[in-house]
Ligand binder design. Sequence first.
Ligand SMILES: Nc1ncnc2c1ncn2[C@@H]1O[C@H](COP(=O)(O)OP(=O)(O)OP(=O)(O)O)[C@@H](O)[C@H]1O
Ligand code: SF4
Ligand SMILES: [Mg+2]
Length: 353
Amino acid sequence: MTALLEIQDVVKHFPVRDALGRRAGAVRAVDGVSLSVAEGEVLAIVGESGCGKSTLGRLMLRLIEPDSGVVRFAGEDLSALSPSALRQRRRDMQLIFQDPFGSLDPRMTVAQAVAEPLRLHRIVPKAEEAARVADLLSRVGLRPESAARWPHEFSGGQRQRIAIARALASNPRLIVGDEPVSALDVSVQAQVINLLRDLIRDLHLTFVLVSHDLGVVRHLADRVAVMYLGRIVEEGPAEEVLRAPRHPYTRALVAAMPGAGEKQAPLQGDVPSPIAPPPGCRFHTRCSFATEICRTEPPSLKGKAHRAACHLADSLPAMTLREEGLGGGARLARLQAYFRGNAPSPTGMGENT
Ligand SMILES: Nc1ncnc2c1ncn2[C@@H]1O[C@H](COP(=O)(O)OP(=O)(O)OP(=O)(O)O)[C@@H](O)[C@H]1O
Ligand code: SF4
Ligand SMILES: [Mg+2]
């Protein structure tokens, strides 16, 4: 498979200033990340809060500039594009946010919100706009009549469907979904996950899923990259990483999933400050396997299809995970099966929630 998106040694530090406005250090949000996403692939970026997932997602879309490193989309270096060429490229790359309440302008009707990217990128002539909006709404499971209504009239799940329709309007090739279902109730999450999965398949989308929820990741991702303090610590096929994680951090995340049935020690303490990450392996302050070398030598990502950055990755005792428990996978699968049938609408409006 050819890579649609490639990032190489990307770094993004945010300056930290003291009370007098002087530079007093930097948050090392993304600290040397290389990844590629193949056309049609779903890559999940996972990790605890503050580890740099959203920053990496925004760097991938060049919504923020990297301090160094290269981001290539369809073989083109995005930082080398002129402003007008970048505007052209923007239609190929879209972002879906976590918060379906904040991401829609309350002063725009649904039709206006979905039509905005159509106009911006001159996707269809004005006369065809309404038909295209109706088509996009039906793609995301909403009735065409929704077009005339206002965002506040919809539930969280419906608003997220509107945000997805808006993201699809420019016929993008790449979508970054930043926690796209985290703000929704579990039953609604299952519906929106099903929708995303169908859209990714039917429209041959390349999708980067930013998520802290391994249950959601398991249902959507082909590949997983695990981040810790600005770096990728493990990366590989989703099924393998979740079944047989190689890095102690991933092992702890997987073991913490409800019902995983694994007795591995839970994560100790909090994530250290990204302003002064620990030397050596950044995870050593919380790792129950840490040895002397871990405190001084930073491990590099090793392996081919399934890579891990741990000095001891090849010598750790095997994990025995209970399939049933993985990320509430069985629970989500049951809900998804249910919603694939003729579930009555909880809103009584005959529309998806
Ligand atoms: N614009 C910014 N200015 C300063 N610091 C920032 C900025 N954006 C992010 N950070 C910091 O960079 C680090 C990584 O943030 P980021 O939002 O990428 O993490 P995340 O993994 O998405 O977390 P979460 O799961 O909570 O969304 C954090 O310490 C955050 O406070
Ligand atoms: S390198 Fe050492 S501290 Fe880091 S994850 Fe591996 S065992 Fe733990
Ligand atoms: Mg985030």
